[in-house]
Design a protein. Structure first.
Length: 254
């Protein structure tokens, strides 16, 4: 996809450190999900300029921008040809108070290059996927297989990150999660890891509490003043014209 190649090229030219956190295997030619991008420095106006510039160069349109996470997490939706969309998920957090409690500097500490794109190191990708899926309590077969592969490549480094983010003694829970097939057992392991994560990252770090409240208050006020990212649901019985109405809306907005 030329748009992504151009975006990464501009980030490099602007000397903005970045990395793709996961699901990068087919990039930039093919996009299979949202593109999660961590950036070290974050000037919102500058990022807006870059995203809008890329969209103009590639003949597409930015249809939505959502301030979804603290302190600086922005989600851009671009309308492409053939009624397709590209979702760009940018995160910058120098203090670690976002939903997953990662600092940008930690996620960018070790990077690799694949097909000219900066991607996260194996251990960073592994801990990011694990934390994200534990928080969401969504751990499917593809996540299990990916984590198992990453763990086989750099298990020692991943074990150290497990201790850092979940606490000592939780490595065994990960090992069990990588091989569990029973749904109830998987739910139990995810719950235990979730408890350990919140204890380690929030309960034992009370200095984060006022910062989270402060940034969330700012985000909520801004979302009220600038209500971007509004979703419209089209509902009807079978054959009621949902597809036709949705297509007409997209054509009108594009």
């Amino acid at each position: 996809m030329n748009l992504l190649s151009k975006l990464f090229e501009i980030l490099e030219n602007e000397k903005i450190p970045y990395c793709i956190l996961h699901s990068y295997q087919d990039l930039p030619e093919k996009v299979s999900s949202d593109v999660d991008i961590c950036v070290e420095t974050f000037d919102e106006k500058k990022l807006d300029e870059i995203v809008w510039k890329v969209s103009r160069l590639e003949g597409c349109k930015v249809v939505s921008k959502l301030y979804y996470d603290i302190p600086k997490g922005f989600y851009y939706v671009l309308s492409l040809e053939s009624s397709q969309f590209l979702q760009l998920d940018f995160l910058n957090d120098p203090i670690g108070v976002n939903r997953y409690h990662f600092k940008s500097t930690e996620l960018l500490l070790i990077r690799r290059v694949q097909r000219g794109i900066n991607i996260s190191a194996q251990e960073i990708e592994a801990i990011y996927i694990l934390v994200k899926k534990v928080i969401k309590k969504q751990f499917f077969k593809n996540h299990q297989e990916r984590l198992e592969g990453l763990y086989g490549e750099s298990n020692q480094s991943i074990n150290e990150l497990i201790k850092k983010y979940f606490g000592p003694g939780k490595i065994q829970l990960l090992k069990q999660l990588l091989h569990v097939n029973d749904g109830k057992e998987k739910e139990f392991l995810l719950t235990e890891l979730r408890k350990a994560f919140f204890t380690k990252q929030i309960l034992l770090k009370p200095w984060k509490w006022p910062l989270i409240i402060f940034y969330q208050t700012i985000r909520i006020i801004r979302r009220i003043k600038e209500p971007t990212g509004i979703l419209v649901c089209v509902l009807s019985p079978d054959g009621g014209g949902k597809s036709s109405v949705s297509k007409a809306i997209l054509e009108r907005l594009s």
